[in-house]
Design a protein around this ligand. Structure first.
Ligand code: DX5
Ligand code: ZN
Length: 224
């Protein structure tokens, strides 16, 4: 089985004054996922947006909603985000006391389940849950803000995770989030990531052209 290379524009960098138009633009240009960053001001310093915003976007858009929960004890909100229209819910290992149980809670809704790791969190927290996951999100910056610089040490982490996943024989996606742009996209793809979040790299300038540009690069890489 082959994994697909996927572009996931993060709406955190969109213009909220015309969010719907920005979403239409990136989806029509071919982006497969819409990356939706929920921040609570506790797990990360910043506060972004929550259920009412996601619910109203869902009324107008039927694209894939990739919801990244940067909130403390995310298990409190899984049911509600699933009802808001999430197609994937990503929870942070660092924010969740009962991680195994929270993953099962996500899967109960018949949507995709993913776990995110901060840059300093070792891969071994995945030891007893990897087989239950559809995707692992490796943060390549410290979560909380768009427009930060890729942390170079994360390249080895992506490679190590890819090898570990290959040894399971399962198709588990590797998503990278933070600082993906022209200078880093080849590095993360070569290391084995296949779902690429891009916020500022997509929404700064002409979003349609940027999506086309990054999809062309994604298509040059065979997943393995
Ligand atoms: C950061 C968020 C990211 C953010 C990425 O904590 O999880 O999804 O939007 O932004 P860029 O691509 O600009 O680094
Ligand atoms: Zn994110």
């Amino acid at each position: 089985m082959q994994r697909n290379n996927i572009l996931a524009p993060s709406i955190l960098s969109a213009n909220f004054n015309h969010l719907g138009e920005d979403i239409n633009c990136v989806i029509q240009a071919g982006a497969q996922y819409l990356h939706i960053d929920v921040m609570d001001g506790m797990f990360v310093p910043s506060i972004s947006f929550g259920m009412p915003v996601i619910r109203s976007i869902r009324k107008e858009h039927d694209c894939f909603f990739d919801v990244h929960l940067m909130v403390q004890n995310p298990e409190r909100y899984i049911e509600e985000f699933a009802k808001c229209g999430a197609d994937n819910i990503t929870i942070h290992a660092e924010s969740c006391t009962h991680l195994h149980s929270a993953i099962q809670q996500i899967k109960k809704h018949n949507i995709r389940a993913a776990v995110a790791l901060n840059p300093a969190t070792p891969l071994n927290v995945l030891d007893y849950i990897l087989n239950d996951l559809d995707m692992v999100l490796l943060m390549t910056v410290n979560p909380g803000f768009g427009g930060q610089t890729y942390i170079p040490e994360m390249t080895e982490k992506i490679q190590t995770l890819r090898n570990r996943i290959l040894s399971t024989g399962k198709e588990i996606d590797i998503q990278v989030d933070g600082g993906v742009n022209d200078s880093t996209i080849h590095t993360v793809l070569e290391a084995g990531a296949n779902v690429l979040v891009a916020g500022s790299a997509v929404f700064k300038g002409n979003a349609e052209e940027n999506v086309t540009h990054y999809l062309n690069i994604l298509n040059q890489y065979q997943t393995y």
